[in-house]
Design a protein around this ligand. Structure first.
Ligand SMILES: [Zn+2]
Length: 528
């Protein structure tokens, strides 16, 4: 007797092998049998005729650390077929932080992660994981956040991490990984992470590697003088070489500024050349532009001291003028076109660009950003504007399919589901690849290969035990979808739209989505 039998589907097991017609039997949390189960009894029978049965998707880059604590149902993720999300990305998360530091960093990160409850224990990774275990619809894994490590040792300050502080930081990295973190993650374009040097990261990564963790990195593009060869890929590779750590590159892709297959191959060639020295993997999402939080536009000096110091500067008219002026000196094109995604106290401005608000108010772009950061207590999110040229979209789609076809790639949605106008990747990343991209470009990879990138590839890289494959004895994380109709419907103009063609999603043997509706069951584990 099975709890669930999924009958008559095409089972694509995640290994990359061709799909086979088979039934799948689930008992309690695990996959009990795969094969002909036509005579078997089940409490719950799903007819999957014409549908694909695949391992649940693993999102290797999700910014749902805060959202999952306020909206554990997490429909935007689960409805895409995502059953596991890897948190702590870009080194921006809550553990390990003592109570005072958690409250400070929670507010600093609110434009990216939202505002989870204030009274949670984030003092170590065990406590962090307890906040999610069996309390969310998805499984969660955690990369210990470099930002938290720095705050806990030297505060939110532009100071080097040396001597005793460095030793303390290494202890925190080691303990975090021993307590279940799968990696150390940095976002070298975010504070306080970018105040570190390459040497600091080599030290921390050496500890992470010895403890069995990866190094996950969003590359450096601020404070570049502190990074080996000015940061970027070369810095990450140098960290890999010197520390021996396995490196995982976040959202590595071409952009509207450097698209095209030749450019894609050129861009990744440095990583390819280093393969014999540095064990590397990468991830990406299927959209032309990104999304982030507004506080990152403040200069290094204005960031110093963290949340309270930043709010003091913004509240003082003279100091605010200086902060705004510095923002005004940046490349205007990229800032003017940012669109606000998340303004909880000014929701009528969500979906408007910096430039729109400048022309309505007569303020400069720096003044607009400072004004909103102050009014929102820093909780301001934005995204970039995609190119208007259909040709550029198409080139980028081809580039992204090329990248994902590589065996060293996986998908990281980079989801930020906050606000009224989130980046559509929060609702559509996986079905966009499976529907729109694969149907338009069927010659680049098979459905089986794509599913492998979404499942087994990620589980293996991040050490997620007994997940990522449909295999007897493995956890029953399963997605059932229609390969002919699956598609994303979220767009930049109308982003909060669920995909179609994904009727059922099962997490640890329980329906998280049934007949395209969320069930409210919160069966996700803190893994591995
Ligand atoms: Zn990110």
């Amino acid at each position: 007797m099975f709890d669930i039998i999924i009958k008559n589907g095409t089972v694509i097991d995640g290994s990359g092998n061709p799909g086979v017609k088979a039934d799948l039997g689930i008992k309690q949390q695990k996959i009990e049998a795969i094969g002909d189960l036509s005579d078997a009894q089940g409490s719950n029978i799903v007819d999957a005729t014409g549908l694909v049965v695949s391992p649940g998707f693993i999102d290797t880059h999700a910014h749902s650390d805060g959202v999952l604590l306020t909206d554990p149902q997490h429909a935007s993720g689960i409805r895409q077929g995502i059953t596991t999300e890897i948190l702590g990305q870009d080194g921006l998360s809550y553990a390990p932080l003592n109570q005072k530091n958690y409250l400070m960093y929670r507010q600093y990160l609110s434009g990216l992660l939202g505002m989870p409850p204030p009274d949670l224990d984030m003092s170590n990774v065990t406590a962090f994981r307890n906040n999610y275990h069996k309390k969310c619809a998805v499984n969660t894994a955690y990369c210990v956040a470099h930002g938290a490590i720095r705050i806990e040792t030297v505060g939110f300050n532009d100071v080097p991490l040396l001597g005793k502080d460095l030793e303390n930081a290494k202890t925190l990295v080691r303990e975090s990984i021993e307590q279940g973190a799968v990696a150390l993650a940095t976002g070298m374009s975010y504070y306080p992470n970018s105040w570190s040097t390459t040497e600091e990261l080599i030290e921390l990564c050496s500890t992470a590697d010895k403890a069995g963790g990866l190094y996950v990195t969003h590359l450096r593009d601020v404070n570049t003088e502190r990074g080996f060869e000015g940061g970027g890929v070369e810095e990450a590779l140098e960290i890999g070489r010197k520390s021996g750590v396995k490196v995982h590159f976040s959202h590595f892709r071409t952009t509207p500024e450097d698209f095209g297959i030749m450019s894609a191959k050129e861009k990744i060639s440095l990583i390819d050349k280093a393969k014999t020295e540095v064990d590397s993997t990468l991830e990406l999402y299927p959209y032309p532009v990104g999304s982030s939080f507004a506080i990152m536009t403040l200069d290094s000096i204005s960031q110093n001291g963290g949340t309270e110091a930043i709010l003091d500067r913004l509240q003082d008219p003279v100091k605010r003028k200086i902060v705004a002026k510095l923002i005004d000196t940046y490349d205007s094109r990229s800032l003017d076109h940012l669109v606000f995604t998340n303004l909880p106290k000014n929701q009528d401005l969500e979906g408007m660009s910096v430039m729109d608000i400048c022309s309505n108010t007569g303020m400069t772009r720096g003044q607009v950003i400072c004004d909103l950061l102050l009014k929102e207590d820093l909780q301001v999110g934005f995204r970039s504007v995609p190119p208007t040229s259909g040709a550029i979209w198409r080139h980028l789609m081809k580039d992204q399919m090329y990248f994902l076809s590589r065996p060293d790639y996986m998908l990281g949605s980079d989801q930020i589901s906050l606000g009224g106008f989130p980046h559509p990747r929060a609702y559509g990343a996986f079905p966009r690849f499976l529907g729109r991209y694969l149907r338009q470009l069927p010659d680049i990879m098979t459905l089986e290969t794509m599913i492998n990138r979404f499942t087994h590839n990620a589980a293996e890289r991040f050490g997620l035990t007994n997940r990522g494959l449909l295999k007897e004895g493995y956890f029953a994380d399963v997605v059932v979808f229609n390969p002919d109709t699956i598609i994303d419907t979220a767009t930049f103009d109308d982003p909060k739209q669920f995909p179609i063609g994904i009727p059922h999603v099962i997490v640890n043997g329980e329906f998280a989505v049934k007949d395209e509706s969320c069930t409210g069951i919160l069966a996700g584990h803190a893994v591995p």
